[in-house]
Design a protein around this ligand. Structure first.
Ligand code: CA
Length: 687
């Protein structure tokens, strides 16, 4: 009887659309990780992003073609990993919209738009992106950009419950995927650049009732939060902060992406963001380690109880969020099997920690790291290079910079080869101290001054690498080089393949040698990671493509509407070609209404409020190329009054007045008369 039940369970898992799908995804199904499923963000709780499917393999991959595809009405960043359960594929696009498709045919089943207020776009440091959903017992969970956690009926997309997980008046955002663990939905938040005070929360999956919350920085007023973090704050964190601007915003440390559950140790590992403001002299008088910013924190999923932490960047000065992919695996280290959690950190070091205890086993540079020579394995601390802390008045050009040696783009693991595939990059950045700092509520508050390093100096060219990293020998086994630093996440399969995209080239690499075996031109850039699943004997590979997300793509790739591309062997579908890119006509500056504003004041405003999003490598249009600057009435309508609020351009009247807007316009007109840099094209589908 027991045996029969077990077979029934296996059958239930193996069948695509069945009556047993009614119960939906639960712990057993996620833990059993049937080959054909992709039930949680990293496929399995350990987030290895390794699929046992091998129909698509080194011998067959040449036959891989598009089975079906879908188009989305947005031309902004696509970062979601599609999940597949019971024959339905779930994905998300910008503004936290959720879409469900028949995973075999591509038939659209339902979609859900949480109607995030447009002005929340201003609070998203790095585009209005979303990385995907969680599945649990007949529900689909999405974190909305405005801080809501929403449960939807998996069959219909109808809202089951919705809770506000943040103070809606503070610049919090959610872009990460929730995780479903032991009947709870775990969700973090973002906003460390403003900064806000980061925390992770667990909600009852059935009711949406808050189960526990763990803050990542001390309470700025010194009060108790009545949260799971209260005890450890007193014991470990409070004394690591000194007086400074952190008290005005909350210190950052926002856990905006990785939340990994380890079944074996019954812990969740949470990566936290940078401390805020970035400049530690301004933030905390240059004193203390500032726990739990830039850290990996291990908590009990039932209660939020603290178990251990490891801080990757003590007293962060460089925006070194520890929010990169956290992956659990068994590794043969020192003659025994170690159960570990691994991270290729923004700061350029690859960390291997004992999962149960947080003990540091190794930390080695996977890219060039000019800010630190190594990590001392005895103290667990980086050995910083002289001058790395620009706060001493000397400017610093270093790598990695704020975009990291590796960012949120997920890695993948091949357990047979013992290799972690890291989408890495080398990008230098200038850091300069800011002598006079004034906290501006609701705006970016970094505490960085403008760089005065010569703009004509020869700067190192950014580039990217897919690194096959051996975490046991602590060396790369192979590397593939790319001109693009900012590329897609990674998928590894038992077919001996590693799927990774650079720009609009989607490539299957040989997992052992790094040789490219198959390439498909997606027509639009990919930054998300692919997932794979099987239905009725066919293996599918699914990838979200589009444009945007923070970092380096502006000007390199055309702005395209987002698409979901799903491949299988002998797939013969040819997606409709993207429309030709019409070059933006140069501005007719003769038609501009001249400005009496002060361009020098305008330049300072631009640096403070505009260039974060509207920069040369970014995802929003270059303002000095926009016809909007020609006419003060239209300019003020957008900048001060919020005419483009639905697209994310919040009204800036709370930050400056008509005279300031005219100073800004004067500066932009002056820039337009020079040759403005190449950047992201104008949006056509900002919503
Ligand atoms: Ca950050």
């Amino acid at each position: 009887m027991v045996r029969m039940l077990r077979w029934a369970a296996v059958l239930c898992i193996a069948m695509a659309v069945t009556a047993c799908g009614k119960a939906g995804v639960d712990a057993k199904r996620i833990e059993a990780a049937a080959a054909g499923d992709w039930l949680t963000y990293g496929r399995t709780y350990d987030e290895q992003r390794f699929s046992p499917l091998d129909q698509v393999n080194k011998d067959t991959v040449a036959r891989l073609g598009v089975a079906w595809w879908a188009s989305f009405d947005t031309d902004r960043g696509q970062e979601a990993t599609p999940l597949v359960s019971d024959g339905i594929l779930y994905t998300t696009t910008t503004w936290s919209k959720v879409f469900a498709f028949d995973a075999k045919t591509g038939k659209a089943l339902w979609s859900y738009d949480p109607q995030v207020p447009g002005e929340k776009g201003f609070n998203a440091c790095c585009d209005v992106v979303n990385r995907g959903v969680a599945l649990w017992k007949g529900h689909v969970y999405v974190g909305a950009l405005d801080g809501r956690l929403i449960a939807l009926d998996a069959k219909t997309g109808k809202v089951a419950w919705s809770v506000q997980t943040t103070d809606a008046n503070q610049p919090y955002t959610i872009t990460g995927a929730p995780r479903a663990v032991k009947g709870k939905i775990i969700i973090g938040n973002g906003g460390a650049e403003y900064p806000v005070r980061g925390y992770v929360s667990a909600y009852d999956a059935d009711t949406g009732k808050l189960a526990w919350r763990f803050h990542m920085t001390p309470n700025p007023k010194g009060e108790a939060d009545n949260a799971a973090s209260d005890k450890v704050m007193k014991e470990k964190a409070n004394a690591t902060w000194s007086d400074g601007a952190w008290k005005q915003g909350g210190g950052g440390a926002t856990p905006w992406d990785p939340i990994t559950y380890d079944v074996k140790s019954d812990l969740i590992f949470v990566g936290t963001g940078n401390a805020g403001p970035w400049n530690s002299k301004i933030r905390t008088g240059g004193k203390g380690d500032n726990l739990f910013a830039a850290s990996i924190v291990a908590l009990r999923p039932d209660t939020g109880e603290y178990v251990w932490h490891y801080q990757t960047t003590p007293r962060d000065d460089w925006d070194f969020d520890a929010t990169q992919h956290l992956m659990v695996a068994d590794l043969p280290i020192g003659g025994k099997t170690e159960h570990v959690v691994m991270q290729a950190n923004k700061n350029g070091f690859f960390y291997v920690l004992q999962a149960a205890t947080g003990k540091l086993l190794s930390a080695d540079a996977f890219v060039k790291t000019t800010w630190a020579d190594k990590v001392d394995l005895v103290t667990g601390r980086p050995v910083e290079a002289a001058g790395a802390r620009y706060e001493n008045g000397k400017e610093q050009e270093q790598t990695p910079g704020a975009l990291g040696g590796h960012n949120w783009q997920p890695m993948a693991f091949n357990p047979k080869e013992g290799l972690v595939y890291i989408p890495a990059q080398t990008l230098y950045m200038d850091y300069a101290d800011k002598q006079e700092f004034k906290f501006i509520p609701g705006a970016w508050n970094l505490g960085l001054g403008p760089s005065t390093l010569s703009p004509t100096r020869v700067q190192p060219t950014p580039f990217g690498q897919l690194i096959a990293w051996d975490p046991v020998t602590k060396k790369a086994r192979w590397k593939a080089d790319f001109a693009e630093p900012w590329r897609s996440g990674v998928l590894a399969t038992a077919g001996g393949l590693v799927f990774h995209a650079a720009g609009h080239k989607f490539v299957a690499f040989d997992a052992v040698t790094g040789k490219p075996l198959w390439t498909y031109d997606t027509g639009a850039a990919a930054i998300a990671a692919a997932s794979t699943y099987a239905i009725d004997g066919d293996q599918y590979v699914a990838l979200m493509v589009g444009f945007g997300g923070a970092g380096g793509m502006g000007g390199l790739e055309p702005r395209r509407k987002g698409r979901l591309l799903v491949f299988k062997l002998d797939g013969k579908t040819v997606p409709t070609p993207f429309p030709e890119v019409v070059p933006q006509p140069p501005l007719d500056l003769k038609s501009a209404i001249p400005s009496k504003g002060d361009p020098a004041k305008g330049e300072a405003l631009s640096a403070q409020f505009c260039v974060t999003c509207h920069n040369a490598g970014g995802y929003l249009p270059i303002l000095a190329k926009s016809p909007v600057i020609l006419d003060p009435v239209g300019f003020d309508a957008i900048v001060l009054k919020g005419a483009k609020k639905p697209h994310g351009m919040a009204p800036f009247r709370r930050f400056f007045d008509e005279a300031s807007a005219e100073d800004l316009r004067a500066y932009l007109l002056a820039e337009a008369a020079k040759a403005p840099p190449t950047g992201a094209p104008q949006m056509t589908h900002g919503r």
